[in-house]
Structures are given as structure tokens and as C-alpha cells.
Design a protein around this ligand. Sequence first.
Ligand code: FE2
Length: 377
Amino acid sequence: MNLYKSVEVIDSGKSIIVQRADGSAVRYHSAWLRDNALDPKTRNTINGQRLITLSDIPINTYIESATLDETGKNIFLTFLPEKKKVSFSANWLETHAYDVKQDNIKGWIPKDLKIWGRNMSTNIPTVDYKSASEDKNLLLEWLKSIYCYGFAKMTGGKIESGALIQIANFFGYVRETNYGKWFEVRTEIDAINLAYTNLGIEPHTDNPYRDPVPTIQILYCLENSVRGGDSAVVDGFYAATRLREENSDYFDLLTKYCLRFEFKGDKKTHLKSRRPLIELSSDGELIAIRFNNRSAAPITDVPYDIMEDYYKAYRAFADIINDQTMAVKFKLNPGDCFVLDNTRVLHARTAYSDSGSRWLQGCYADKDGLLSKISTM
Ligand code: FE2
């Protein structure tokens, strides 16, 4: 519970300043307060959608008076020239306070995300299918761990084609692509002909040639009797953080210039995108990693004088991603799956070369659905 000691109009009504119980102060602008008024004419009380546009607010809006009730929990404002009276709770104002020191470094990540390396191998967030289906709290914790770590496992699901859709249903909807609702990752190995050795696949994010890129991926195991063929995941946010700490110039190059990604499938499919390997928001937040050597097109957006350094930076980033201290490895058994944030976590497969079969199915879903589910649960 937030409590205020006093409120005062400053800057000729352009702002207010509020004294907190602990003696600190916080300011809010009149235009901001008027725009965010919570009265039923400004905001729909059911869905919270704003009912006015900026142009409905007088350009010379200002606060004539500001008072605090005796509990210290609510502030009452009068705006002129509208003569509009609006109240805000101290709790609401504190939740949305913006008068704070902004000292974000380039590549910052939200506080509730935790970066990880190989040491998470012994502590992989996991739930079994039956428990997740029956216990809402367990399901919620599991969904939160997908958000927090960008990755989680589920065990004990049904061993039938298409069962991965039920995993997507826990938090959202399948994103259908030209591959269909899901795609097959399947190899039958002929033990006699070892030429068909199944090579490992280095850590990558999926489908960087799509715009927007698929944000959630589910990989679901139906058969796995081969030797090897383990799955591995790498935290791309940790890799980017390491690159920034080891060589900030390299980090800047990979955030500044775009790669192009391209995929030509059948005659009806030609997908292209143009994005950096490490994507930051305009205020420096680390928002996505794209790393997939197989679908990287020729780099044409880096100036001649920079290209040599760009390649060095690209290689340094790849070296970090492939560093053995980065990967969390695990074996999927039939009915097991893992869910990952494809904008953050890279996935890989170790080689397998024995007899047996390995059959996975994969599909995509959307991260906003995951976050919505967490919020509403
Ligand atoms: Fe993949």
C-alpha cells in the first residue's frame, strides 16, 4: 500500500509533485495525467480501452488544483480549461511512475528474466503432462519458467502424432506456416549403411527468414531409440550478454547492421527477412536473437570498410554460442517435449549414428499468448 504525504501543483499547472511517506518525491505531467485519466468517459471500465484521442484533450490543458485525501491514498485533480475532475490512487500512480533515473545499458533485459548456461542442466524447469493438466498452480509455474528462462520441458505426454498441439493448447494457439500446423523431424537409420550418419545441428533459432519470426517453438518426441541424438539449448541472451562484456565493439556491430535471411522451399515458398543477429529496441532492450547459418543470405547491408570486423564479430558470437559451457543437454523420451522462446533460446541436436529411429514433431505458437495466459491465470 502506497501512501502520500502531500501533493503540490508546479510549473504553472504543467505538473504535480507528490511527497511519499518515505520523504522521496515523484513528479507527473498534466498532459500525461489527463491522457491517463481513469474516469468512465476516458477509459472503458470493463476492458480498460481508452475512449478519447489525444486531440480530444485541449492542447493547453493544465492542472488548476491538486488535493490529497486524509488517508493519503488518493489524489484529486482539476484540469482546466475542461473543468474536468479526475482522481488517482497512490497505488496506481506508483505502479506507473516514470520520474525515475533511466540508466539502462545497451542490451539490458527485464529484471524478471534470468540468463543461464550449462549449470542449468541439473535444474531444467520440468513438469509432467498429467500434473500440468490437473494442477493449475503447477501449470502456471511451468509457464512462468518458459517466460523467465525462455525454455522448459514437459514429460509424460501422449505418444501419438499431433499430441504437440495439446501442449500449445496449454497457453495459446498454433501458428500455422507453409509447413502446416506442425512439421516432422524424422530419420530412419539403416544400421548397415553408416554413410547415413546423422550429423549434429549446431545451435540455431528457427525460421529467421519469417517476418515476424515464430516466437514460441514446441519440439515433441514420439520415438527416440537411437544412440546420441540428444537435444541441447543455449540461452542467446546470455550469449549476447557475454559478447557485450567481452567485446562491446563486436556487440555494437551485430546490433547495428542487418543480416538477410532467406528460404526457398517449394515453388510457392520464398521467405525473406532483414534483421540484425542481435536485435535491440530503440531504448536498448535486448529483444531478439536470430542465428541460423543455414538460412543466412549473403550479407549486403554492411559497408565495405566494416565487413571484415563484422565477420570477426559474427565469428566471436558463434564461438560463444558453441562454447560447451553454454549448452544445456538432455535426452527426450517418447512423450517428452520442450518449449522454447525462439526469439531468445537456440536449439541444437547432437549427432546420432546407431540403429533405431528418431521421430520428433515441431510446431510454432506465439509468445503473446503465453504472456496473456500467465497474466490471466
Ligand atoms: Fe530447428
